[in-house]
Design a protein around this ligand. Structure first.
Ligand code: FES
Length: 169
């Protein structure tokens, strides 16, 4: 009789254990289903190595399907609150879409300005409007500085400070 009871207890515990394991496995599988795929997570960020940049040479990166202007400034270029300081260098970073109707302005390094071919709008090397019709400066995308890398798509302290000061648009 005692043997029979022990057997039932053992079977009960084993069944309980299997049920608990099955539940944990099911929860794990459900979580994997809900989580975004690694490719989707990675798609939200673009990392740019700033050590590769040459002064006054515009680099055009891509972030979430948008062109992103990255310009390493020379010492002679006018300082601006929208500059991003990395070590001893200053950078201008902006979404490369004209704030008038969304064309992509071209950079003219000899004139230190961006000119939009669609309606003649112009921006300086801080993305500020030099000539209308663009109503506002080029937008600064969310970014974070990670050492000498620019991470687009993440709001770091530098971006938050600019945003609070109303400098990102
Ligand atoms: S879209 Fe750039 S000036 Fe109109």
């Amino acid at each position: 009789m005692a043997v029979e009871k022990e057997r039932r207890d053992f079977l009960g515990m084993a069944l309980g254990g299997f049920t608990a394991l099955g539940g944990i496995a099911a929860l794990g599988a459900m979580k994997r289903t809900w989580d975004p795929l690694p490719s989707v997570k990675a798609a939200g960020f673009t990392t740019v190595d700033l050590t590769e940049m040459q002064p006054n040479q515009l680099a055009v990166e891509k972030w979430r399907g948008k062109p992103i202007f990255v310009l390493k400034k020379t010492d002679k270029m006018k300082k601006d609150d929208r500059d991003i300081i990395v070590g001893k260098d200053r950078f201008f970073v902006a979404i490369g879409l004209c704030t008038h109707l969304g064309c992509i302005p071209a950079y003219y390094p000899d004139q230190l300005k961006f000119i939009c071919a669609c309606h003649g709008g112009q921006f300086d090397t801080a993305g500020r409007v030099l000539k209308s019709p663009p109503p506002i400066p080029l937008h600064i995308p969310p970014f974070k500085i990670d050492g000498t890398k620019l991470v687009l798509g993440e709001e770091g302290p530098e971006f938050k400070k600019m945003k609070a000061a109303g400098l990102t648009v």
